[in-house]
Design a protein around this ligand. Structure first.
Ligand SMILES: Nc1ncnc2c1ncn2[C@@H]1O[C@H](COP(=O)(O)OP(=O)(O)OP(=O)(O)O)[C@@H](O)[C@H]1O
Length: 258
């Protein structure tokens, strides 16, 4: 599917119109320094939104706030419900899930158990957790490793397991922090296919924080750019990649285009 097809798309994106994870005027301050300032972000139902910007722009801090891992000012809503101030565990049960830059696995457990534990943590019964784990493992090509020890996984599969753990059990919104970090081009292509299928397969919106512009530009319907904690641009991949301010702040230098 071309970028144009995606960005102008269509019935699929209009399905569930109005449903979104939304921040308004969201700010995070560390010791008097504003790491995130007045960000209005909208992650729509079943869209793939890219969140990009230079190192230190505030992407992870914003993600931490959106998922209840960081204190913030401003408002946060999910599908119209005000969830401002909710902590991570409550938001996860409500369907706002995330992965981390550094994969946090339960060592000494199997690949399947790692995903099942995450599903149980989101409130699923053990029977539902098992079924949901199977679905999530298959979605990320890990079904054949289900019984293996998580400690024995190669790096690329370890990263996919981190994503499967975040995606298990009907997320409304899934936020992935640099899922392609450290992957080679071939692994990144496999991940592309798997992430592309996520909104349809899991019925959720996907927020992708990623420095791999090849992946971001191909995968995302829209892109939100931040710099120095503030929104710099929001638009389709075509609009963003030709925006002089974005080129100046990021695409011309720090982004990976390989
Ligand atoms: N716990 C913290 N205490 C103090 N300052 C912090 C803390 N976490 C982040 N910061 C600062 O907030 C700013 C935003 O950092 P953040 O990690 O969110 O950026 P980022 O866009 O995710 O960067 P990267 O692309 O390198 O992951 C940086 O100036 C960083 O030094």
């Amino acid at each position: 599917m071309s970028v144009r097809d995606r960005s102008e798309g269509s019935d699929e994106l209009r399905t569930g119109a109005g449903l979104a994870l939304r921040s308004s005027g969201l700010s995070v301050t560390f010791d008097g320094i504003k790491a995130v300032q007045d960000v209005d972000l909208e992650l729509r139902h079943r869209e793939i939104l890219g969140l990009i910007g230079p190192n230190g722009a505030g992407k992870t801090t914003l993600t931490n706030a959106l998922t209840g891992f960081a204190a913030y000012s401003g408002r946060l809503s999910v599908d119209g419900a005000d969830v401002t101030g909710w902590r991570a565990h409550r938001l996860a049960r409500f369907g706002v899930r995330r992965s981390f830059q550094a994969v946090r696995l339960f060592h000494g457990m199997s690949v399947r158990e790692n995903v099942e534990v995450a599903a149980l943590g989101c409130g699923l019964s053990s029977r539902d957790a098992r079924a949901a784990a199977t679905e999530a493992l298959n979605a990320f090509g890990l079904g054949r490793h289900a019984a293996s020890s998580a400690d024995a996984l190669p790096y690329g599969d370890e990263r996919r397991l981190g994503i499967a753990r975040a995606a298990v059990g009907n997320p409304r919104y899934l936020i992935l922090d640099e899922p392609a970090a450290g992957l080679n081009e071939e692994e990144s292509d496999v991940l592309f296919e798997q992430l592309d299928a996520v909104p349809e397969m899991f019925g959720c919106g996907l927020l992708l924080i990623e420095h791999d512009m090849r992946l971001v530009m191909r995968l995302c319907h829209r892109i939100h750019v931040i710099d120095h904690g503030r929104t710099l641009a929001i638009g389709t991949p075509e609009q963003v990649r030709s925006d002089p301010a974005v080129i100046d702040a990021y695409l011309g230098s720090g982004a990976r285009h390989d």
